[in-house]
Design a protein around this ligand. Structure first.
Ligand code: ATP
Length: 455
């Protein structure tokens, strides 16, 4: 449920920036679009990959107790019977008798159509899973579903992972990938899509230690967003009320972000007890217990599930980093993205298209692109080129001028405060590397110096 509170950023501005600069486009736009589906453009795919990389690094790479998985989207249909999705993954749908628009009944406040105020039909339950058929015959026996969450791929592989990695409790499995939901109400850009990506963890623990691990994951996940630059004021935790909890869940917190549409869920963290493993054991007839060598007993682990949306995270990072500054040339638009998330890490900008600057500039560009996504731009004035990079969140611009031909030095200009330092070309890559890891700009490489006219 979205709580309507004004956010500082306008959704229209974000949508327009995303389209204009190639972050996000409406899907199949030339045919009029495909409802609630979006395509990530050249910069968007970099940003989205960086969000996923940052998540993987934090939850798999840097932890002893986590491993990764990439399960298939199409799964045995019994999976969704066991998980409860066939029976219960439904939203209450109402339709306006006047304008025929459809809404989720649980999102309606006063019983009237939000578009025209018309009378609404009685709610009917609508299953959100996309159905398809596997093989040449379209009959009930060949029905399959596009997964509505990635989590079930983890549960059905619990024993495979356990046997192949010999992990001991507590341990977790992380997975990211596409999920599909035939959502009823859409329309908030990439906040609610029919095809989206999730980043999910199932963390298996001994029963009795679940509350402590639940707390751990709520904190870890909250800090992940703030460590990547989300402002604390725009992030909050909301505990689910008892009547909101699924029947098997012990506790659940949503991490909410103050989106341009209001406070809303970006990630949910739930204590799902032993429900999922028990269900899959029951429906598959397989033993999904864990043999505890300490107690010499078989147990069904409890599971803590932090479940995040990639696209909602991308939207939150975009909204949070969007900034505007008035200056003498008009308006400077800046995406103050965390350096780890910025789609392009550096831009190489020869002062002019003069052919003397070309070889050295191309050489610098070719060496830097071995390390990072780097852009080369020599069109229009240097000021405009800086603005273009600010608007897409590029942390550093490297400017090559005529003096560079003499002293073999270049200027690094940073995005946030527009400060500049001058560094030897031979230390440029290592300097950028250190600055991209947030070394202060004041720390100069050997032979480096502050740029003239810069305090
Ligand atoms: P909502 O109440 O907003 O429909 P949910 O509680 O059904 O979300 P979960 O099933 O907990 O969502 O999914 C975990 C995460 O996946 C969400 O926190 C969200 O970031 C993401 N997500 C879920 N549905 C969508 C969607 N339709 N579009 C984009 N992201 C989604």
């Amino acid at each position: 449920m979205i709580e309507q509170v004004p956010s500082k950023v306008d959704m229209d501005k974000l949508v327009s920036l995303c389209k204009r600069r190639g972050f996000i486009f409406p899907s199949s736009e030339i045919y009029g679009g495909m409802g609630a589906c979006y395509d990530y453009g050249p910069l968007g795919v970099e940003l989205k990959n960086n969000v996923k990389k940052a998540w993987w690094k934090a939850v798999v790479q840097q932890r002893d107790d986590m491993v990764g998985l990439d399960a298939s989207i199409l799964m045995h249909p019994q999976t969704w019977v066991a998980s409860g999705h066939v029976e219960g993954f439904a939203d209450p749908l109402v339709e306006c008798k006047q304008c025929k628009q459809r809404w989720r009944a649980d999102h309606i406040k006063d019983g009237k159509c939000p578009a025209c105020g018309g009378e609404l039909t009685e709610p009917r339950m609508f299953n959100l899973m996309f159905k398809t058929f596997v093989g040449p015959v379209e009959d009930e026996a060949s029905v399959a579903y596009l997964r509505p969450e990635t989590a079930q791929g983890i549960f059905v592989n619990f024993q495979n992972v356990l046997n192949s990695t010999r992990k001991k409790l507590p341990f977790g499995i992380a997975q990211m990938g596409k999920s599909f939901r035939n959502e009823i109400t859409t329309g908030n850009f990439i906040f609610r899509m029919r095809e989206f990506e999730q980043m999910e963890i199932e963390y298996f623990v001994r029963p009795g230690t679940d509350e402590q691990w639940f707390k751990h994951w709520v904190e870890e996940r909250f800090n992940w967003y703030t460590n990547l630059g989300i402002k604390k004021d725009n992030l909050r935790l909301r505990q689910h009320a008892k009547d909101e909890l699924a029947h098997y869940a012990r506790d659940c917190y949503d991490i909410e972000y103050l989106f341009p549409i209001g406070w809303s869920e970006i990630e949910g963290i739930a204590n799902r007890t032993d429900f999922d493993l028990k269900q899959h054991a029951k429906f598959s007839g397989r033993d999904l217990s864990y043999f505890d060598e300490e107690t010499k007993e078989h147990t069904i682990p409890y599971v803590i599930e932090p479940s995040a949306g990639v696209d909602r995270s991308v939207l939150a990072f975009l909204a949070d980093s969007y900034d505007e500054e008035k200056d003498k040339e008009g308006l400077r638009v800046i995406l103050r993205l965390h350096y780890a998330l910025a789609p392009i890490k550096a831009a190489v900008l020869p002062l002019s298209r003069n052919e003397k600057l070309l070889p050295i500039s191309r050489e610098i560009y070719n060496s830097l692109r071995n390390c990072w996504m780097v852009q080369y731009d020599d069109a229009q004035s240097i000021g405009r080129r800086y603005r273009r990079q600010d608007e897409i969140g590029t942390p550093f611009c490297v400017t090559i001028d005529f003096q560079s031909l003499e002293d073999k030095q270049v200027t690094i200009r940073e995005r946030d405060k527009m400060r500049q330092i001058r560094v030897p070309i031979e230390t440029l890559a290592s300097t950028l590397d250190a600055k991209l890891n947030y070394e202060p700009l004041e720390v100069l490489p050997p032979g480096g110096k502050k740029w003239l006219g810069f305090e």
